[in-house]
Design a binder for this molecule. Structure first.
Ligand code: 8Y7
Length: 282
């Protein structure tokens, strides 16, 4: 049964699990920061080439982000975020047949990105910034609401929960109701537990193990686990040596009912999903 989302100019079917490829247009992201920069200037044609490669490898969505949210990162001025993100969204929308999500918390970026062809708003702050709910609602685009405890600058200092799964679920449900009051249809909302955002390894693993509880809320669940520092600690590996670990987590997330996997390594994750789907439907 198709499960269709109207993502700006394109349609996305979540009846099977989809891969969202990460395209960081930041000079400082933790796993691939600066790759698309030379002399501190973003190279848009390199960004397009990277997006094109991920589409060839099977990404259904390209997630364009201009503000690093890694632990300890500093906020980016709005003009800088706009000038990094908008030209790249416009270029990809014109050149490639793919849904574009814009990874932003800024209402200005949401509005401008929607005008040039973005199809999804992916907000790690779950539309909590002033004006974000109204801006997102006015675009009519699907939104992904992510849970975070604290702020990127300090979120990993001392994350604490009584029951991480129910606290994350309750937070997301509250945000869903705020969205609905702002005019965003429930059928246009995705949920994300926010792996690594104010969580210890145990919190992350409990959220993963109990992902079905989040899935049961009835909205599509996105999981972002690719290359995260949890893997560094579990495996003792540097960020560029986490492929096998990332694939194991992708398999577990898909098995737990996640419908969108946000990843850096698209081709390998697509293979994992083919195996997962074959095994699950046998
Ligand atoms: C996530 C995310 C990041 C995630 C969603 C990283 C932008 C850190 N992680 N968005 N963004 N979910 N929805 O490690 O887990 O890629 S940035």
């Amino acid at each position: 049964m198709p499960m269709l989302f109207q993502c700006g100019p394109r349609t996305l079917d979540l009846s099977t699990v989809k891969v969202m490829g990460v395209l960081n247009v930041t000079p400082d992201s933790f796993s691939d920061g600066g790759q698309l920069f030379s002399d501190n200037t973003l190279n848009n044609s390199m960004a397009l080439k990277r997006a094109e490669q991920m589409v060839r490898e099977g990404a259904a969505i390209i997630d364009v982000g201009g503000e690093s949210t890694r632990p300890g990162s500093a906020p980016v001025p709005i003009d800088e975020e706009l000038s990094r993100v908008i030209p790249v969204v416009e270029l990809i929308a014109r050149e490639l047949d793919v849904v574009i999500s814009v990874d932003t918390s800024s209402p200005e970026v949401m509005l401008e990105a929607a005008k040039v062809g973005a199809g999804i708003i992916n907000d790690v702050r779950a539309l909590t910034r002033d004006g974000a709910l109204t801006a997102a609602a006015s675009t009519g685009l699907p939104v992904c609401l992510m849970h975070m405890q604290g702020l990127p600058q300090t979120m990993q200092d001392r994350p604490e929960y009584d029951d991480v799964v129910s606290e994350v679920a309750n937070y997301l449900l509250q945000r869903v109701s705020q969205c609905e009051q702002a005019g965003i249809a429930r059928s246009n909302i995705w949920l994300d537990p926010g792996f690594g955002f104010g969580k210890t390894d145990i919190h992350n693993l409990q959220l993963l193990q109990q992902l079905p509880q989040l899935v049961e809320l009835g909205l599509p669940v996105l999981a972002g686990l690719s290359r995260k520092s949890l893997l560094g600690r579990l495996l003792g590996r540097d960020v560029n040596e986490r492929l096998a670990g990332s694939l194991a987590l992708a398999m577990l997330a898909a098995q737990g009912g996640a419908k969108i996997l946000r990843v850096h390594d698209v081709a390998a994750t697509v293979d994992v999903l083919k195996i997962q789907m074959a095994a699950a439907s046998a």
